[in-house]
Design a protein around this ligand. Sequence first.
Ligand code: NDP
Ligand code: GDR
Length: 374
Amino acid sequence: MSLLEHIAPFAKIDFGSPEEYRKRKVALISGITGQDGSYLTELLLSKGYQVHGIIRRSSSFNTGRLQHLYADQHERPTKFHTHYGDLSDSTNLVYIIAQVQPTEVYNLGAQSHVKVSFEMAEYTGDVDGLGTLRLLDAIRTCGLEKHVRFYQASTSELYGKVVETPQSETTPFYPRSPYGVAKLYAYWIVVNYREAYGMYACNGILFNHESPRRGRTFVTRKISRAVAEISVGKQACLYLGNTDAKRDWGHARDYVEGMWMMLQQEQAEDFVLATGETHPVKEYVEKAFKVVGINIKWQGTGVEEEGIDVATGRVLVKVDPRYFRPAEVDLLHGNPAKAEKLLGWKRKVDFDSLVKEMVEADLQAVNSLVENQN
Ligand code: NDP
Ligand code: GDR
């Protein structure tokens, strides 16, 4: 069907009341192939939603986190569908909204790596900042602005330089990277469209959340994988950047539940999701090695710092300045009180359990690779 055929009838369509329309329970997720996209898809399917996802065309395989859902799809009709698209392509977004007619849109798509954003600043601004505007405007173009509920993946990177802790919905923003600045634009365009057009649009200001599905270049997963590889003799040493940075780390599965909760309220509002605890990267390293029975002690400072296996004296962790950022976010520590009170949200997985789950999953993956090679 042509784009015009899809869109033209919209001018005349009476979608009915927003309440009636929402009963269809159709979700559209940008960034469905990412960590959060995969957990959110599972959650929404379990709640009876029809789930549509936007995937980017890639010359290599990028749907690994959704493989189990595709497998189901081939065996029997499912409520899971994907569409090729990109947040840089407005026409494509209008087309997808017109086709899917979603009741809830979750904008999780982004160039999400902070360090990479310094190298690809313009692209990050385009996708993470303007991409949000394009998706909101696609909803308006289709005349669905009063019917669709919109979730924006905002971030604790908005806080950047420490102004106050713990950080809450009222803490002033001071982003410290092109990624943070792009997400600041996205945050405000969501607030603006809510106020200007009466859209139900929410910012979830989410602090770091991790899982065995975390991308391997983010620090927690980089560490858990390295610990697994070192423990079976496949890697000698783990190289890191700033090990003093502190983060408020939770489990991604808990956080996607909060995203959904934000879209089930009477009124659209912005919410922080966080654990309320903060830990340095060093502590993550120590706890991860403990899972495989290795105790780490630190010696030296700055680029000379090393993490040493107490039992053998081997150097297992070193600092490589290549991983330093031009400007760093030193401390993130969130206050989830508003979400706990108004949404009834609470994180379930604590820091130690998160580290253990990630290391054990990587141990299993590394061991099965070793077995296959033998
Ligand atoms: P991931 O990096 O795992 O996933 C990002 C997703 O965005 C992938 O599906 C990716 O596709 C897609 N994407 C990238 N560029 C584009 C584009 N141009 N058009 C459409 N899609 C695109 O991130 P997470 O799952 O960890 O995070 C989800 C969202 O939440 C992101 O917006 C992130 O910035 C934000 N966020 C994440 C936090 C966290 O701790 N995880 C905390 C706060 C906010 P592909 O697979 O093809 O690369
Ligand atoms: P972050 O996550 O920048 O907080 O953004 P990341 O895991 O990349 O870094 C966390 C902290 O660890 C320090 N660090 C290293 N980081 C990486 N990636 N690699 C290293 O080798 C390394 N060594 C030390 C970093 O300097 C930083 O201080 C994540 C992303 O998911 C964003 O999309 C999201 O918005 C925020 O979390 C909240």
